[in-house]
Design a protein around this ligand. Sequence first.
Ligand SMILES: Cc1ncc(COP(=O)(O)O)c(C=O)c1O
Length: 389
Amino acid sequence: MSSQQSMLSAKMANVSPFRVMTVMHRAAELEREGHKVVHMEVGEPDFSTALPIVNEAKKALDKGLTQYTSAPGIIELREAIAKHYKRKHRANISPDRILITPGASGGLSLLANMLVSPGDGVLLTDPAYPCVRNFIYMLSAEPQLIPVSLEQNFQPTLEQLEQFKTDKTVGLWLASPSNPTGTILEKDRLFAASDWAKSNGLHLLVDEIYHGLQYVEELPSVLEYDDSAFVVSSFSKYFGMTGWRLGWIVVPDDFVETANILAQNLFISAPSIAQYAALAAFTEEAEAIFEERRIAFGERKNYLAKELKSLGFKISDNIQGAFYIYANISKFSDNTEEFCRELLDSHHVAITPGTDFGEYKANEFVRIAFTTGMDDLKLGVERLKAALT
Ligand SMILES: Cc1ncc(COP(=O)(O)O)c(C=O)c1O
C-alpha cells in the first residue's frame, strides 16, 4: 500500500467497484476499435427523456429557475408525488413526508445516515443492488446478507428473516421490483415483512425505484400498508430521467425533521431544473409515453426470456418488473466474470457478471438487461447462439 493509500479510511476496505463499469469500459474500447457491441449490461432505459419533461425544463431555464430550492424540494413536485401515491396506491401521504433527492442514490445515502450507526447490522438480500451494501459499509456497519435463490423468486422468506437477524440488526432493506432479478414482493409477502419488522422493532426500507416498470397486474407499495416504512424511489427508470439525478424518499412523520436537516447538510437541494422538469412527468401526455415504453420493455422481456431459455440459461418464469433477467449460466460456465469477459471480447455482447450483486451463487449467474432495442436484442441473441451452441 502506498503512503497516500494509507490515508484511506478503514471503511473503504469493503467498498467494491461496480464490475459493470469494467464491462462498459472494455465495450467502449472495442467500439473505438470499430466493433459493434450489443449492450445488455446497462441499467438505464435506452429511450431519452420524454419531450413533455424536456420542454418543461426549457421553460424553467427560460424563467431562470436555476437557484437552490428548499432542501426537501419544491412543494409542487412533492404534492404531485403525493397525488401519484393516492392515485396509484390509494395511499394518503402528506407532501411533508416526501423529500426530493439527487437520485434514489441521494435518498439511500440520506436514509443510511439517518438510520444506521457503526456496528449495526442491516438485513439485505444477496443478490441485491451493490451500492446498498456499500452504503452500509461506509457507515462502518454490517450488511447481513440473506441468500435468495431462483427457486424462491429471489425474495426472502420470513423463516430466513428470523434466521439471519442478530442482536445487531436494526433494519431490513428490500427492493421490489429487484435489481438484478426483476422479481417483486407480492402483497402478502411485503406486508408480512412489514409486520415482521415492526414486531422485531426494526426499521423497514423498501426500494421502489422500478415501480411503474412492471409486467404484472398488481405491484403494491409498502406505503399502502405501513406508515412507519421508509421508501426510496426515483425519476431515473420508469420516468426515463437517469442523468437528471432526481429521486425521492418517503419517511414516517417522526423522521421528517431529521431527514430535512440531513438533506440540507448532504446536498442542500436536488437539482432545481430537474425538479421543475419532473412536474411534467405526472401529466397525461407524459404518462402515455411511459406506458408505451413499458409495453415495449414487456415485449423485449418476453422475447429475451424465451430465447435465453431455449439456449439453456435457467431463468425465472416470473420476471415481474424492472428491465433485467438474472440468468443461471451453470450449463456453460462456473466462472461468471470469465464468461462475461469471453462473451464481450470474442462475441461483442456486453452483460454483467453475477459477482456485482453479491456472493451467493454469484459465479452461476449473469444479469442481462433489455435496455436496448429489439434489433440489437435479436443481434445479441444471435451472437449468444454462436457463442454457446
Ligand atoms: C435498486 C436500485 N436502487 C437505486 C438505484 C439508484 O438509482 P438513481 O440514483 O439513478 O435514482 C438503482 C440504479 O440502478 C437501482 O437499481
